[in-house]
Write a protein that binds this ligand. Structure first.
Ligand code: C2E
Ligand code: MG
Ligand code: MG
Length: 791
């Protein structure tokens, strides 16, 4: 874009003083010297052209004739004398005229040579104008500059008419000055012959007559369009840079390769660093003095690296400005190489990224902290472990899991449980030295990176301190919740060199601590194969239900006479994808501990009753189903709804279902269990006490709970044939139960002899490998199902 205003930037002028030091004949003394030299050099005498020579000869003859005529009046002169005088006069005139004309001719030739040389050398648009401003002549080159086809095209054109607006005013002023005899000049834009505008620097040189009257004008105009355009571009770039530097909080700099001085620092240094650019020019290290001590070393190292490796650098550091506030600065540096390839200087940009850093810190805090407790979260812990591993300094990791927290969670409700977790987070942190790093991994799991110690006895005492403070009665405000924890400890590098190995080792150790009775700690053990297997099962269990890995086997319960099957007991199995069929004794305790037994138990009830409904419709219309229920399931009334819904769903009478509870289940929370049992009974479901005789206060339960059935534990059955005392006890249980209106089933019948004794003792039902083994539903043989049994 061509800027009209550029004319003003370039300084329009009407210079009447130009060429003021001129002599009366129009040339300055220096130019006169030049002209004299030139003329002396080139004005050599040459043969006169014929016409001039003829004039000289004519003049000589004329002079001779004149002298001869005059001599006729001298009577005394002889003819010889007269002739001699005429010849002498003719020769004298010839010599003088010839000399004069030859000199004039030489000078004219030299002047012509010089003028034509000057015109050839001239790169201006040179025009001869008459006193009215009309173009008399324009040079060939000038016509070219004016985009004219030939000089003739412009002949007679009105020179002033080329200008318009402010340029016309300037042209008029310059013209008036020139007409008055002054040399003037001005800059302006006018259109060429093709209409294309050009910028010109024009000088007007008046050509005056002897009487001082200006009769013509020499106008020399230089085409400055390109210069002007370039200048305008530079100015606009310069302006843009100044605007950017003024408004953008960036520091542009050019630093010497040895960092001894700045070639340039933009004005942005003032708002960013609080230092004026001139201060940096005087003391180039002034900015470095502001850098926080902790960041100086890394910054200097990066600066050196940029020069040594001759590659781009980028670094983040903090400064404390003179006003005291700390700012984050990000500097980018690019090495500029000279022609030899050596780094000549460093150019770059520095910017204040404090706001960005604060946002990152806030996001980091959000991403790496646990929203409930405000402690670090798993991600932060992982980062912390990896950072410590990278330093290769031994350290210990504690994995803390609260014991039976699921139970507390259900009992207290989520809000109170959350408060409890918060409280526990605080307790853990308060109990540890300040350099300990505490994180909550989720749920009831916490982790601690114990300062810089990897000393086992120190870690053991820290773990014990934690266990003590957690089990102390400091949380009475949480409905008297009594919290204990199990802690697993792994050591770097003994138990792993990365976060995964260390966390897994600590987790397994924690699991071992739980198995050992909870409220304790264990160090990770290299050959904890069994524990790892248990750990893997525990890890896989939550997915097993959704993945359909649970299944039910059924074992018949028979009447002792004809041994017809009156009922079946549903016994759960876990088909583990890697380890095959797993017995309930292995995983039921884990399900109970984790609380998953509630969901799995509901599934068992539904599946078992669904199966019973199928069997009933396919012939075994009076068959009943026994389902085992854990203590954990009796803690709420969910089981009542589950049972009720399943019975309705499968269209079964409540008495076709018997719920088996172990004595220990009843012991855990007698009041709660009692309430749930009452509700179940109200539904019409039958209740059996399983493994009877293995628990305490067994007889009392018979009165309190009034079950429909008692299942004598197979440890009694096993000794029936061998031990008279056991026979007496078993007979006593049967008689007493009958007196209370309770039926008796004997479990674990493996021999005919045991069956005989039980028959004789009037045992109502028998169950055991001797009669039928627990099998998959398709395999179950109903041979002799008693049609009207317990129902
Ligand atoms: P339980 O309820 O006392 O079940 C009887 C257990 O004795 C079954 O073991 C059965 O296979 C086994 N058994 C039956 N007859 C004989 C015999 O003649 N000799 C011997 N040595 N054992 C016999 P299983 O299936 O391993 O179940 C073990 C326990 O797991 C069950 O004891 C029950 O307490 C629990 N259980 C099984 N399924 C479930 C369930 O769905 N929910 C709950 N909560 N517990 C279950
Ligand atoms: Mg049972
Ligand atoms: Mg049993």
């Amino acid at each position: 874009m061509r800027l009209k205003s550029g004319s003003r930037l370039s300084g329009r002028r009407s210079d009447s003083s130009a060429g003021s030091a001129t002599s009366a004949d129009g040339a300055s003394p220096r130019n006169q010297l030049f002209l004299s030299f030139f003329l002396a050099r080139y004005a050599r005498r040459r043969a006169l052209p014929f016409a001039s020579f003829a004039i000289v000869v004519g003049a000589a003859f004329g002079a001779a004739a004149l002298v001869f005529l005059i001599s006729l009046f001298a009577y005394e002169a002889s003819a010889i004398m007269r002739t001699a005088a005429a010849v002498l006069a003719g020769a004298g005139v010839f010599a003088a005229a010839h000399r004069k004309l030859a000199a004039d001719h030489a000078e004219r030739r030299a002047a012509l040579t010089l003028s034509s040389g000057l015109l050839d050398a001239n790169r201006e648009c040179l025009k001869l104008l008459d006193a009215d401003g009309r173009m008399l002549r324009i040079t060939e080159f000038g016509a070219d500059l004016m985009n004219a086809e030939s000089p003739e095209q412009l002949a007679g054109a009105d020179w002033l008419g080329f200008w318009s607006g402010a340029d016309r005013t300037a042209a008029d002023a310059a013209w008036s000055g020139a007409i008055a005899g002054e040399r003037t000049s001005f800059t302006g834009q006018c259109a060429t012959a093709t209409g294309c505008p050009k910028w010109w620097d024009s000088r007007l040189i008046p050509l005056a007559e002897d009487d001082g009257r200006v009769t013509a004008m020499l106008c020399a105009s230089t085409d400055v369009s390109e210069q002007n355009e370039l200048l305008a571009k530079l100015r606009s770039k310069d302006q843009l840079m100044s605007e950017m530097e003024a408004h953008v909080r960036l520091v542009f700099y050019s630093y010497s390769a040895d960092f001894q001085y700045f070639h340039y620092v933009s004005a942005g240094i003032e708002p960013v660093f609080g230092i004026a650019p001139c201060v940096l020019m005087q003391k180039p290290s002034a900015w470095l003095d502001l850098v926080l001590q902790e960041d100086v070393e890394a910054l200097l190292a990066e600066m050196r690296r940029v020069v040594e490796e001759s590659s781009e650098g980028r670094i983040l550091y903090r400064i404390r400005r003179t006003d005291g506030c700390v700012r984050w600065i990000r500097s980018t540096a690019y090495p500029v190489r000279d022609e030899t390839g050596a780094v000549a200087r460093i150019v770059g940009i520095s910017e204040d990224v404090t706001a960005e850093q604060e946002r990152i810190t806030a996001l980091d805090r959000l991403a790496y902290s646990d929203s409930l407790t405000g402690l670090a979260n798993r991600g932060a812990l992982v980062r912390q472990i990896e950072a410590r591993c990278a330093k290769s300094v031994p350290f210990g990791l504690m994995f803390i899991d609260l014991d039976r927290f699921k139970v507390l969670n259900d009992t207290l409700g989520h809000t109170a449980a959350d408060r409890l977790l918060k409280d526990i987070g605080r307790v853990i942190q308060a109990a540890l030295p300040p350099d300990a790093y505490v994180a909550r991994l989720g749920g009831d799991e916490f982790a601690v990176l114990a300062g810089s110690t990897a000393d086992k006895s120190r870690l053991a005492s820290l773990a014990q301190t934690l266990l003590d403070v957690l089990s102390s009665s400091g949380r009475n405000d949480h409905a008297g919740a009594f919290v204990t924890a199990s802690i697993g400890i792994s050591l770097y590098p003994e138990h792993g060199v990365d976060h995964e190995a260390l966390l897994t080792s600590a987790d397994i150790a924690m699991y071992a601590a739980k198995k050992a009775g909870r409220n304790g700690f264990r160090f990770a053990d290299k050959d904890a194969t069994g524990t790892i297997e248990d750990f893997e099962l525990e890890r896989d269990l939550p997915m097993a239900l959704a993945s359909g890995e649970f299944l039910l086997h059924y074992q018949g319960i028979h009447e002792p006479g004809a041994l017809s099957m009156t009922s079946v007991e549903a016994l759960i199995r876990w088909m583990h994808p890697a380890r095959g069929l797993i017995a309930p004794a292995v995983f039921i305790p884990i399900l109970e501990e984790s609380g998953f037994i509630v969901d799995v138990g509901a599934w068992v009830v539904d599946r078992a009753l669904g199966q019973l409904a199928e069997w009933r419709t396919s012939g075994a219309s009076e068959l009943c189903m026994s389902v085992n229920v854990s203590a954990r399931q009796l803690r709420g009334d969910a089981i009542v709804n589950v049972v009720d819904r399943a019975l309705r769903k499968h269209g079964l009478p409540p008495r076709s279902l018997e719920i088996e509870l172990t004595e220990s289940a009843l012991l855990e929370n007698p009041e709660l269990a009692q309430q749930t049992l009452t509700a179940l009974k109200r539904l019409g479901v039958r209740i059996a006490i399983d493994d009877f005789g293995t628990g305490y206060s067994s007889l009392r339960y018979l009165a309190d709970i009034a079950p429909d059935t008692v299942k004598i534990d197979r440890s009694f059955t096993a000794k029936l044939a061998l031990d008279a005392a056991t026979r007496t006890i078993v007979r006593g249980i049967i008689d007493m139960s009958h007196d209370l209106g309770i039926m008796v089933t004997a479990e674990g019948v493996e021999e005919e002899q045991q069956l005989d004794i039980l028959r004789e003792a009037k045992c109502d039902f028998v169950q055991g490998y001797h009669l039928s083994r627990p099998v998959a539903p398709l395999v179950l043989d109903f041979g002799g199902v008693q049609q009207a049994s317990a129902a």
